[in-house]
Design a protein around this ligand. Structure first.
Ligand code: SF4
Length: 445
């Protein structure tokens, strides 16, 4: 590591960035959709229990689902309207999932929120506001933010790392948040540090986002209420992957998390910059987490955009709003091209963790069928965790899914670097996901 840029020792690939379609587009608020479907499980943990029933009237921001006792996060109405009931909605990972459907009241006005001084709240009150608002990790994992910030008394942390790497090609949701909501993010960082009882925060931003780096540094400089907090923006050398918790911690602090323990065991709590903005909204505005920035990109959408979207809005309504898709559309991906999930329908709702929707044409995707493993070892070199994706894939093809545990695949965070470098185009991440499922099944989980 040197002073200005940081890298991590293993792995790393350089897929084409493809960010130019949306990196200069300001966040645009999409009008209220005609209907939303709020998936009951859009966070790590147990699904929500619905608190509303068919024909109930709800107002934007009303609590409509909650999880009692177990790990989970509250769910709020993202629009005002009438509950149509609990329906089966398409889901990019599990296929179909129960969701509360709400049809919009076209007469309803958008809700407005007034800021308050968060310093008036105790740590317990700050934490309760984050939990009540249903804030979850918006970078993809969906871990409930309030739970992450509730540490056992024997766990000592000294550093908050904010993840602004956004290393996935095409995506600019975090980039635009850092540019347009830099002050809110800095204030959100101070709220988190207050809860944790620490005063140091490092924000990791890849150096292909100079405007974001500048905006955050300006917000820090102009902050008149630093109160002993030290917040430093760390430009990082562009590398994929860099946005997982392990990579960003390593890039920003140089510390490495040993396998099997949480980041807090090495003194660090990591939050995505978008989550930090949601924490600011929850505490300062009292606004529940029911909308987010989504990058809509690819050559297959008529008008690419960075959209502020109500959670539950369907991809079909987003595509309509942006002028529709092009005739050569070949693939739709929820998330980024490296870690996202291809979907076969546009009738799929945005969740709290949807950072992007990509409409890709034939020349943006690989259509070659995959071949056998030629033992080149490229995937091994590319893997930031030092795993053996080639062996996992061979075992899975041979029907030996449960044996793959020996390769430490629990540490695989599905970055897709192995699949990207594989000359035989083998779908290594899909093999690994399958192996993980088989291992779970064999353990009866
Ligand atoms: S095995 Fe997992 S962590 Fe390693 S390169 Fe492949 S997807 Fe990434």
């Amino acid at each position: 590591m040197n002073g200005d840029t940081a890298t991590f020792p293993m792995g790393g690939v350089h897929p084409p960035e493809c960010k130019e379609l949306t990196n200069n587009l300001s966040i645009e608020t999409m009008p209220t959709p005609s209907e939303v479907r709020l998936v009951l499980k859009q966070h790590a943990g147990a699904p929500c229990e619905p608190l509303v029933k068919k024909k109930d009237k709800v107002v934007e921001g009303d609590l409509v689902g909650s999880v009692e006792k177990k790990l989970g996060a509250n769910l709020h109405a993202s629009i005002s309207g009438t509950v149509k009931g609990v329906v089966n909605a398409f889901h990019p990972i599990v296929g179909k999932a129960p969701a509360i459907a709400i049809s919009a009241d076209p007469q309803a006005e958008g809700k407005s929120y007034q800021p308050v001084d968060w310093r008036a709240f105790s740590k317990e009150e700050l934490l309760a506001k984050i939990k009540d608002a249903g804030v979850v990790g918006m970078g993809g994992a969906g871990f409930p933010a309030g739970v992450k910030l509730t540490l056992r008394p024997d766990v000592k942390v000294d550093t908050l790392v904010l993840n602004g790497a956004e290393c996935e090609p095409y995506l600019n949701a975090d980039n635009r948040c850092m540019i347009e909501y830099s002050r809110d993010i800095i204030e959100g960082a101070k709220i988190i540090m207050t809860i944790l009882g620490i005063n140091y925060c490092g924000i990791g931003v890849e150096d292909n986002k100079p405007d974001a780096i500048q905006a955050l540094r300006k917000a820090i400089e102009e902050d008149t209420s630093k109160n002993g907090f030290k917040i430093v923006v760390k430009p990082l050398k562009v590398k994929y992957p860099q946005g997982s918790a392990d990579q960003i911690m390593q890039s920003v602090t140089g510390r490495v998390r040993p396998s099997g323990v949480r980041s807090s065991a090495i003194g660090i709590i990591v939050h995505n910059v978008g989550t930090t903005k949601a924490i600011y909204d929850a505490v300062v505005l009292g606004k529940p987490s029911y909308e987010r920035v989504v990058t809509v990109s690819g050559k297959g959408i008529k008008r690419p955009a960075n959209l502020m979207v109500k959670v539950g809005t369907s991809v079909a309504e987003i595509a309509d709003y942006l002028g529709g898709t092009t005739p050569d559309l070949a693939k739709v991906v929820i998330g980024g091209p490296m870690m996202g999930f291809a979907v076969s329908t546009l009738d799929i709702p945005v969740t709290k963790t949807t950072s992007g929707v990509l409409f890709l044409t034939k020349d943006e995707i690989d259509t070659q069928p995959y071949g056998p493993c030629i033992r080149c070892g490229f995937c091994l070199e590319a893997c930031p965790m030092g795993l053996e994706p080639n062996n996992v894939s061979i075992y899975v093809e041979a029907g030996r899914g449960a044996d793959t545990a020996q390769f430490g695949i629990d540490d695989c965070f599905e970055c897709g670097s192995c699949a990207f470098v594989c000359p035989s185009k083998r779908p290594l991440v899909q093999f690994i996901r399958l192996a993980k499922m088989k291992i779970k099944e064999s353990k009866g989980k």
